[in-house]
Every structure is written in C-alpha cells, then in structure tokens.
Design a binder for this molecule. Sequence first.
Ligand code: SF4
Ligand code: SF4
Length: 418
Amino acid sequence: MNAPAPIDVKAATRAFLAQTEEHMNAYLEACVHCGQCSEACHFHKASGDPRHTPAYKLFPIAKAQRAQKWPLKWLGLAPAITEKDLAEWEELIFDTCTMCGRCTEVCPMAIDIASIVGQARKAFVAAGLGPADLLQAAENSRDHGSPLGLTPEKLVDRVEWLADDDEVDMPLDKERAEVLLTVSSIEAMKYPQSLSAMAKILNHAGVDWTFSTTGYEATNFGYLSGKADIAKVMIQRILDAAEKTGAKTVVIPECGHAYGVLRWGAANIIGRPLPFEVLHITEYMAKLKRAGKLKLKPYDTPMTYHDPCQISRRGGATEDARYLLDGFATHFTEMAPTGAHNWCCGGGGGVQAMSRAAPLRHKVFQIKIDQVAATGTDTLVSACANCRLTFDESKTALHWEGKLESIVEIIADHLVED
Ligand code: SF4
Ligand code: SF4
C-alpha cells in the first residue's frame, strides 16, 4: 500500500461522516457476525487475510457511525478516527472490493456490502481521499470523454480505421437511429476489433443504428471512484445523444459496470426515468436471435463461459449468454460455480484501474484458472472488456497458456450471410 499523503484528519473525518447516510445503519446493525460471507469473497479466498472478509469492509462506516453517536461523544467514549484508520479503510474499500455482490448471496441478513462500499467510496472522495489512478480515470472521462484517452476525435479516427480495415459499415453521428450503440474505451483502445464486431452483427441483422461522438463512453469511472458529479455527467452525455437521435434502445458494449450503472442506476442518479430501453450487447444479440435475425455457423472450440458479475449476478441477465451459446458453441462446458454464483474476475469495481492492487488481482485469477481447468477446456469466453483486460494481465503474470475470447467477436466471426 502507498504511504498516505499528509492529510487534515479532522476535516477529512468530518467530510467522511457527512456522507455516511443514516439508512446504512440498518445494514450495520443487522450484521450478526456469522462469518458466512468470508468464504464468498474472492479476495479473502485468494489471500486468506481476515481483513479481506466482506464483514470487515463494513468496519469503516460502522466506526464512523459510532463516532457520531451523541451519548458516546458526550461521554468522551466515541472512537477517534485516525490517519492510520483512513489509510487502512482506503485499501479496504477501493482495492479489496469489486462490488461484485457475491457475499450478499450468502448473507442470512442480505446485507448489500457492495452498496455500502459504494457509499463509503463517495464519502472518501468527499473527504479528499481515494486512489489517485482511479480518480484520474474519472477526471479523464469528464475532461476528455473517456478514462483511457478516447476523445471524440480518436473515436472518429478509430471508427474510420476499423470500417476501412474490417470492411464494415460503422455509422457515426447519424441524425436519427433506432439504436444508439455505445463503446467502452477499454475495447476501443485495447480490443478495437470488438467495435467492428458489434457493427458487423447489427448490420447483419439490418438494425438502424449509430455511434455518437457526443455520447459514446459507456464506462462510468465517476460511479466507480465515488465521484457522483462525474457519474452524472457521463450518464447525461449518453442520455442527450440518445434523445437527439430519437433512439429507442441504448446498447451497452461488453462492459459489466457500464450496464449496471445505466440499466439500474441511471434513472435514480439523474432523477427521471430514461426515455429508452437499456440492453447489454448479449441481451441485444439474444433479442436478434429470438427474432431469427442472427444466422450463425457453429463455433466448435471447446470453451467455458465467465459470467461478469454486473451482468449476471447484479444485472440479472444471466440466461441471454446461454441462449446465444445454445446451438452455436458446440463444445460449451459450464464452469462451477457459474451464472449468478460465478467467481468475480478480481478487476471489477475499478480495481483493474488501480496499479497497486495488481498483486492481489493476480492471486484471484488463480481461482479462475482452476475453474477453467476443471472444465477440461482452455478457452474462456466472456462479455466484459474489463474482465478480459483483468484476465489478460493476470494471465501474463501467472504464465497461463489458456485463451480468452469475447462472445461478441466469436459471434461476429461466425455470421452466415445470405
Ligand atoms: S462485494 Fe464481492 S468483492 Fe466486495 S466484499 Fe462482497 S464478495 Fe468481496
Ligand atoms: S454473512 Fe452477513 S451477517 Fe454474516 S458476517 Fe457476513 S455480513 Fe455479517
């Protein structure tokens, strides 16, 4: 862990406390300390460190709340919050929680630790704290359009290059379109073929769609970093672009948290219902398949499928990927556990963007390697560019020989044109 910069602990604590909402109390009071969540968390499983148990991640908010209770304050018994506390909490709530929700599944009290961690992150940022690289990614999104340098000009450049290279029509800034297709800058900068793959599939199905240079970035590092103002800006850009084109559907690319934020959080964040449907690209492809608009030749590589947490467990869209693989992936073996119970990749919730968290992420990947090995295959297919990047990086660190594929790219490669 990096040495914390000198901070005004009292001011930071006041700002932190001001953001810890009262409704969190119910969750904090509800924990019966049964320890069932400890085995559900990939960080605890990989490290064995008791500080990585989910219940321990409630500790910052619980201690902050205790410090506010007036009888304790009055009696001088309220716990003092120290600079050391703040440094330890920062590691707990940013580096060791991907907000995957797996712990909530086993908690007898249904405590939503992911949302408490999200709230604690907001409080941290309000106190002027938080990991520099994650906060920088959020600011890049606000100031330059994306966390990874995908400015509108770069998007135009990339789309023109891909359209030319892959010989695919990639409409940009059409005045009117039924579908607004968004991108993840992780894909655009690291896996650009994902963009042309989505375009090929939508064109194959005859969809009236467009990219937009004013509302393209689906990832939301404002949300992940706890910067609520930036979270809102990123949602508003997509909302404005969709309204301008009259899109009835906004399609989220292979990105888990982008789906969670826009599908489940955006209306609350902007304070009104969204005037369009939000579908993850796997949901949209499944919709095309149901309508008979997706004609595929078989994909016969032995493979297994990794469920991104924010799409399956937190998002509820588990079955669409199976529906797509059914009859297409002829050698598909489910890993165990799978679906909503799958192990997280270790890089969600912005953890992938934090360089200091890399050693722990790599340990978590060993869980995935073991899961894949147990299926007897060595190809892992998924639907989230962040999972893919986490796996790619960890694969190199752990010298794993297996292969990683994107479900969008394998489908695009197996389209049968009339
Ligand atoms: S939400 Fe996921 S990463 Fe966070 S504590 Fe729970 S199981 Fe661990
Ligand atoms: S499973 Fe729930 S009640 Fe039990 S220790 Fe974990 S958070 Fe507390």
